[in-house]
Write a protein that binds this ligand. Structure first.
Ligand code: NAP
Length: 318
């Protein structure tokens, strides 16, 4: 049986693994089969992770975190968790491969998933001009006219990145003010290829077999109009990935896993949570990394207390 299983391999998961491995707890990291490395794998330059004054590419940062965790003895498995049994002293983690792994503690760091617009067309047009990942798909839109939906850092970062390929990038935002940080806003405002479409929401994505445009509704006047496009990127935020623990772990009204105060302790002993899956507010790579640290330290203390209780029980029995 393992001391710790860490589910998730973003900045929270790998930082937890670095700390747990350095504490000789030999953690097993379940990194996912297709999304290993988490959200930063879909990012270009990360300019705000401390220690990299010239920036670092998201995938390079994740590769470094993994190497650092493995160097201290973490084991990384590229598989998906299909179900969890978290109550009781032995935690059971079942994987897509059919294997079941057991541990005395679990750190849940599954991050968050791209939010959808909630339109029926999203299903059949996904991958046919509709994308959630500019770094993955931007290349396909050379000299094309495209749009990004959203007004946060992700949307503005993606729009700016997409101007490397596209001839024109609309940013469709439901209000007339951006949520994105000032530095990103200014960069986008200064970019000739970017045009803002304010106070607008997408009511339908048009096109039979590929995106040909969108129908927009003005959020102030209610008027509708069509905008012709070759592609559409959706960057309207993320939702915490909690489906594996529904019915087992308490959630907050925001849908994140509930933890005790500033700790990573969930409602179940020996189960800790870290990163975007507990954070509806800050959601930065560096805060996720800090949160992973907290979870590893909490797990370490929990295991030490468990060892102590077991030793006392043994000496009483003798
Ligand atoms: P976000 O900050 O939650 O922004 C989501 C944006 O999408 C908002 O502008 C929101 O509009 C809009 N939106 C939400 N639901 C919508 C819907 N159904 N239809 C249309 N528009 C919708 O999400 P994010 O941009 O993904 O950023 C998440 C976190 O990651 C933030 O903390 C951000 O700072 C961080 N991040 C940082 C960087 C960086 O520092 N390099 C890069 C990317 C992300 P309203 O504004 O009207 O709510």
């Amino acid at each position: 049986m393992r001391q710790i299983i860490i589910i998730g391999s973003g900045p929270a998961g790998y930082t937890a693994a670095i700390y747990a491995a350095r504490a000789n707890l030999e953690p097993l990291v379940i990194a996912s089969s297709v999304e290993a490395g988490g959200e930063l794998m879909n990012t270009t330059e990360v300019e705000n992770f401390p220690g990299f004054p010239d920036g670092i590419m998201g995938p390079d940062l994740m590769a470094k975190l993994q190497v650092q965790a493995e160097k201290f003895g973490a084991e990384v498995l590229y598989d998906d968790v299909v179900s969890l049994e978290l109550d009781g002293e032995v935690k059971k983690v079942r994987l897509g491969s059919g294997e079941t792994h057991e541990a005395r503690s679990v750190i849940f760091a599954t991050g968050s998933a791209y939010r959808k617009l909630g339109l029926a067309e999203e299903e059949h047009l996904s991958g046919h001009g509709l994308s959630w990942c500019a770094t993955c798909d931007g290349f396909f839109f050379r000299e094309k006219t495209i749009a990004v939906v959203g007004g946060g850092d992700s949307a503005i970062e993606e729009a700016t990145f997409l101007t490397r390929f596209a001839s024109k990038v609309y940013v469709i935002h439901r209000r007339d003010q951006l949520r994105a940080s000032k530095i990103m806003q200014n960069r986008a405002f200064e970019n000739d290829k970017i045009e803002f479409v304010w106070n607008s929401e997408v009511v339908s994505i048009n096109g039979e077999s590929a995106v040909t445009g969108v129908t927009l509704r003005d959020t102030v006047t209610g008027e509708e109009r069509d905008l012709a496009l070759d592609g559409l990127f959706v960057a309207i935020g993320n939702d915490p990935r909690t489906h594996l623990v529904h019915g087992q772990l308490d959630l907050t009204p925001a849908g994140t896993i509930a933890v005790d105060g500033r700790s990573s302790k969930t409602n179940l002993p020996g189960v800790f949570a870290a990163g975007d899956v507990i954070d509806p507010t800050y959601r930065q790579a560096v805060t996720a990394a800090g949160s992973g640290t907290v979870a590893a330290l909490d797990a370490e203390h929990y295991l030490a207390a468990l060892d102590q209780t077991e030793r006392e029980a043994l000496s009483l029995a003798n």
